[in-house]
Design a protein around this ligand. Sequence first.
Ligand SMILES: Nc1ncnc2c1ncn2[C@@H]1O[C@H](COP(=O)(O)OP(=O)(O)OP(=O)(O)O)[C@@H](O)[C@H]1O
Length: 674
Amino acid sequence: MKLGYDKRAGKTWSLVSWKSREDPSPGAFSIEHDANESSQIFNLQGPKMYWTSGVWDGQIFSQVPEMRFIYMYKYNTSFNENESYFSYSLHNPSILSRVVLDVSGQVRRLNCHEGTHEWDLYWLQPKTQCEVYAYCGPFGTCTRDSVEFCECLPGFEPRFPEDWNLQDRSGGCVRKADLQCVNESHANGERDQFRLVSNVRLPKYPVTIQARSAMECESICLNSCPCSAYAYEGEECRIWGGDLVNVEQLPDGDSNGRSFYIKLAASELNKRVSSSEWKVWLIVTLAISLTSAFVIYGIWGRFRRKGEDLLLFDFGNSSEDTSCYELGETNRLWRGEKKEVDLPMFSFASVSASTNNFCNENKLGEGGFGSVYKGKSQRRYEVAVKRLSKRSKQGWEELKNEAMLIAKLQHKNLVKVLGYCIERDEKILIYEYMSNKSLDFFLFDPTKHGILNWKTWVHIIEGVAQGLLYLHQYSRMRIIHRDLKASNILLDKDMNPKISDFGMARIFGGNEPKATNHIVGTYGYMSPEYALEGLFSTKSDVFSFGVLLMEILSGKKNTGFYQTDSLNLLGYAWDLWKDSRGQELMDPGLEETSPTHILLRYINVGLLCVQESADDRPTMSDVVSMLGNESVRLPSPKQPAFSNLRSGVEPHISQNRPGIYSLNGVTLSVMEAR
Ligand SMILES: Nc1ncnc2c1ncn2[C@@H]1O[C@H](COP(=O)(O)OP(=O)(O)OP(=O)(O)O)[C@@H](O)[C@H]1O
């Protein structure tokens, strides 16, 4: 369908939401294409702007940067004397995809899942209130996941305080003191000044101009009356005229955080608090702090009980139940941690009841830090319960790291954590149950590898790639998994892959590799710069993904590979590739069910991922596009890392480097070199 304007018929092609989920008559929202040159998509709530895509630059809409990495669609805009419109089509016409404008005003893209024939949510906007156009009005700032979404920028106050208190923030904020707006010194000697606003998503609609320095950029803004703010980054001077909208305050450490300078009257910046104001401020602050403490205490108590109620209702055996919140030291320690876990807490009694007292028949497997059991709630909902071994001291740190990270992530290819329990010396995480266990069960058992056809393997490979891409690029934090391997890919009943085991994962800022002395990971999957120098980056995950891909294609483990007596799997693959015999690497079962040129393409991508130099390896977004789009030309790979290493022999680790890694597919870390 076209979204635009039919000039001959004088008709607009738009998308209109339903009135309610049951009533398909025209609702409050509509999407239209701007017929002017800016060619943006407007999502309107009645006549009011609700969301905008930003201007079309010929490839993407400026407010939808992720379009750069989504290679599935072809976009088309057209302006001629008869019509002006925007439309899209799919590179692969067999994929079913649709765009829906929801009753709540969200634009949702849904793709039909080949296996389940259900509509999967692929993309949506606006995702949060902070992305709604001018949600906090002009000069307001928005903070997601906060009770009070909106605040005013420093030096501003609500324009309509009554509406503001009644939660209508659309009026925004106004200056507490007017700008002087003079080029030369003002009569009283005060010129407008700038105040830094940091760690935010920048306001919409800047104008970009060239400036040689931050000072020059500041002076341009200072000498232009309508300029309200500027930002200087990489020789690019951005200035904003008039109202600032959609400034979003980001959480600490968010790699999307930027800074800008807002222009304020000098009197506002130099304000001193008089002694009577100071006293009033002190009294009010004390009163607020005390009231907040009581309120938080009350809410916390209710929250704990609510978590427990949920558990009793869902898992529990109420008569035997001991309450988690009555626990002692360990429990308080957890809550005392700086970063709290935003997850429901369950009592040990109910978790134990759900697994039939951790009986052996319910045991799903055993990892480095403890055992995993299948549990069933009273409502027959299946879960997986990871119980930390009481001897494992280090495992506790990993488990906490895992809970804190996964609780903040949401993607269909990442395993979900449903809750936790800490009681006396018991430490437990509860996950969604994945009935097909982990990928290694299918991969390294020759009788099982052949059960899955090529289509399913592609589904698994693409899912893992999407999950990693989300971690590296799209999640709220940039995350490096550091322990991607076959046993950490779980499979649900429909063989959807989910990345698990975030015990080693790290939040990562910037693009430069980070160094560590404490090298953890699994032999065979670790990149050379990480195993040998302790340097990790998103490219170390790309390396592990490459090894996994080669293992899937060949049906063989990278470690313990004895096909030839001189090389490991990567070396073997490289030798075949050089001799144009790549297809001989393939698991014979796969070769029968898939076209050779596709298999060779996948081997090519795998070899690109395991190249020696991290800089030569593609990013996960490159990998996703190379795997999914046959029209993307693939570069020739260079020789893989460790390819001349005898199978089962570990790379030499220098004697003066303290950290070491793991063996035989089990993750370990020790602090001394061997
Ligand atoms: N959510 C789950 N659903 C079903 N089975 C699971 C689930 N989580 C783990 N398992 C099973 O339990 C086994 C042990 O998992 P765990 O994550 O503790 O260790 P691992 O990843 O195999 O090893 P390591 O801890 O050394 O990395 C897995 O191999 C898998 O078969």
